[in-house]
Ligand binder design. Structure first.
Ligand code: NAD
Length: 478
């Protein structure tokens, strides 16, 4: 099976080069199109389209994109360095770096005012050599195919770094969720699920929450999928505990980030009781990171932020105060005793550890030189560009890379999936201690690889991952 998928991937890459390319049917899709899905809202049959060309998707805004940072290029660049270090053959390299499948869907969604809106959603399945595709669903106005492709690729390397039996995928809808009611979000999520239904499944592709999606989103997805396939809790992870979610999943990414910080602090001789930490983003990942750092590790968090801005207090910001401020006003900004700062200022603060936990492309050539932190832990996906990485390397600022540092979430998603498949529940302590084992072991595997090849931690993590994926692809018989 892996063999066929990879051969298709080569063809697909070749088709990207010409200006025009006809949308071509994916071979796996042939049979599935015979039994097309039904729309969640209209009940009508839905044709499934698979994009096979970069140009065919979003061609209208191609010129704008030329000016935009392309996160996929950064992932490819890191992949290429790692592949070269391990002398990976050109054939195998091409096969495992190319996304297996890219699906773009148009979603007609009924708004509360009775008007029909059309929004665009994506699901990119990057690689499944090591197990079913796995990756989150993001709702954000900046979601586009390049971003989803980059994030899908990062998932392949992430699941391999922590050695869990999944491949990599990602999805998203280009939408600003702050402009929509809960009812509209539900209809949109159900429509999206209906239109990607053909390619997801507990043994095919398992979505999870990401930016602006949460346990409620996963409940709708699970319900919509289950309508067609029978009760299927394992089709998504990050569900509420009442619907088969795992204890500890909510906090898992943040807990993993804290383990990454603790281990890196040992390596780089930082005393947890004396350091100061700035965290950009106070959503799922940023808030749990702040809580665990303060309450379990005794670390002082001096700056926090969200989309509306940041706050700074050199004496430390209490997690409970920040949470209360967020609940009362919709933002951490305005918390008593703190100075208001911008998100840009937060990144350049004088502190020991900087944790970007919001969006990608935050640390770039234009601001990396101003970063004063002694260490960066990437809780967000893709927060550091290639150019910024080079600046940090020249200044000997260690960057603990996303494909390891934020892997706690997908690791506990794996525990959730395993519990669903077995219809068996784990206790919270078991989740925490298994996560501890995997994150700690993976940190040392990444460090060891980086030292062996004399490369930064990011490239060490890529080498480890690329070796594992390449080996699995070979064993399955490409
Ligand atoms: P979230 O939606 O719960 O929170 C995002 C946070 O970032 C919010 O505080 C939001 O206000 C803030 N934010 C949004 N736009 C911003 C901007 N332009 N500037 C500054 N802050 C901004 O999302 P999350 O699940 O916490 O994800 C955060 C990051 O972590 C993302 O990069 C995501 O891909 C990554 N990640 C999440 C998980 C997970 O399990 N949720 C796992 C691995 C990686």
């Amino acid at each position: 099976m892996a063999k066929k998928t990879k051969k298709r991937a080569v063809k697909k890459t070749k088709q990207r080069l010409p200006q025009k390319s006809k949308p071509k049917q994916h071979p796996k899709q042939k049979n599935r199109n015979l039994t097309r899905n039904r729309s969640a809202s209209t009940g009508k049959k839905i044709p499934v389209s698979v994009t096979t060309s970069v140009c065919s998707a979003d061609s209208s805004d191609q010129s704008a994109k030329l000016l935009k940072h392309n996160p996929y290029h950064d992932v490819l660049r890191n992949f290429e360095i790692a592949a070269k270090k391990i002398n990976l053959s050109d054939e195998l390299s091409l096969l495992i770096k190319t996304p297996d499948r890219e699906l773009r869907v148009e979603l007609p969604v009924l708004m509360d005012d009775g008007k029909l809106h059309s929004v665009i959603g994506y699901r990119v399945q990057h690689n499944n050599a090591r197990g079913p595709y796995k990756g989150g669903i993001r709702y954000h106005q900046d979601v586009d195919l390049d971003e989803v492709r980059a994030l899908a690729s990062l998932m392949t390397w992430k699941t391999a770094v922590v050695d869990i039996p999944f491949g990599g995928a990602k999805g998203g809808i280009t939408i600003d969720p702050t402009k929509h009611s809960v009812a509209e979000m539900e209809r949109m999520t159900r429509e999206f699920t209906a239109r990607i239904d053909n390619i997801i499944g507990p043994l095919e592709d398992i979505p999870a929450p990401d930016v602006n999606t949460n346990a409620q989103t996963m409940s709708w997805m699970m319900d919509e999928y289950s309508k067609r396939h029978g009760y299927s809790p394992a089709v998504v992870t990050g569900k509420p505990v009442e619907l088969g979610g795992s204890l500890g999943r909510d906090e898992a990414t943040g807990r993993g980030v804290c383990i990454a910080l603790r281990e890196a602090a040992r390596t780089y001789k930082l005393d947890l009781k004396k350091i100061t930490v700035a965290i950009q983003g106070f959503g799922n990942v940023g808030s749990h990171t702040a809580r665990i750092l303060e309450q379990e590790m005794g670390v002082k968090v001096v700056a926090l932020s969200d989309v509306k801005g940041g706050i700074y207090n050199p004496r430390g910001i209490k997690y409970a105060d920040a949470l209360a401020q967020l609940k009362n006003s919709g933002s951490v900004v305005g918390l008593k005793g703190c100075v208001k700062i911008t998100n840009e200022e937060l990144l350049e603060l004088k502190c020991d550890v900087l944790i970007p936990a919001a969006l990608g492309n935050q640390l770039r050539a234009d601001n990396a030189n101003n970063v004063k932190a002694k260490m960066i832990i990437e809780a967000a996906n893709g927060p550091t560009t290639v150019e910024a990485d080079e600046i940090f390397a020249s200044k000997q600022i260690p960057v603990i890379p996303d494909i390891f540092a934020n892997a706690g979430g997908v690791t506990v998603s794996y525990f959730e999936w395993a519990q669903n498949m077995q219809q068996f529940k784990w206790e919270y302590q078991r989740v925490v201690s298994e996560l501890e084992k995997i994150m700690t072991h993976s940190y040392h595997a990444v460090l060891h690889t980086a030292e062996k090849y004399k490369v930064p931690m990011r490239i060490g993590a890529f080498i480890l991952a690329v070796e594992r994926v390449a080996k699995a692809a070979k064993l399955r018989g490409i």
